[in-house]
Design a protein around this ligand. Sequence first.
Ligand SMILES: [Mg+2]
Length: 222
Amino acid sequence: MPQQPQPLAVILDFDGTITLKDIGDLVIGNFGREGWRAADEAYDRGEISLRELWAVEVDHLRAEDHEAMRSAAVDVAEIRPGFNEFVDHCRSKKTPLEVASSGIRFYIDAVLENAGVPDLPVSAPDAEYDERGHGVVTFRDGLADCGMTAMCKCERVWRQRRLGRQVLFVGDGASDYCAALQADYVMARAALAGYCEREGKEFTPFDDFFEVREFVRRYSGS
Ligand SMILES: [Mg+2]
């Protein structure tokens, strides 16, 4: 590891990274109306992109379930061990930390609020509802749409780079593939670890956030 070449910024995926399970999948699985599974199968066959799959899945959510989805997300979400300690460490060392997710803000905000970190910067698509009450994926100002996944996480990496920082990206899944290749350092588990191996991208495996904290400590020498 280089000797503190530049300050470090950390970008975290949410589903399956901060949380043990994929909360987006659980929300769709429990609240998605009849019909979304066909899109899931089409994605598995490689016929549609992750972005197209997500648009279909969100279309199968309903406005009337909004509050129930938020509370269900909080009920099922288990936070990966060491997360709060990791956030505290980054804050005490003034290491910029942000969440970049292809999930939906309403459940991410609910889970982070419940975990005691409501003020963590989050970039993620929003879900709004059309006149029929069907979900529609939307983006707040400053967030870039992406043709491959549901939100451009690479743009979040590049933004930190422009600010003169090296980037540690921490993730687990398909929506992290592009961004991981752009990051200076990667901590990966599950599918993302396999992807990094196939692509020859160096990464550090992790199971909990104590390991991520250790990486950040070693990087900054404190
Ligand atoms: Mg994930």
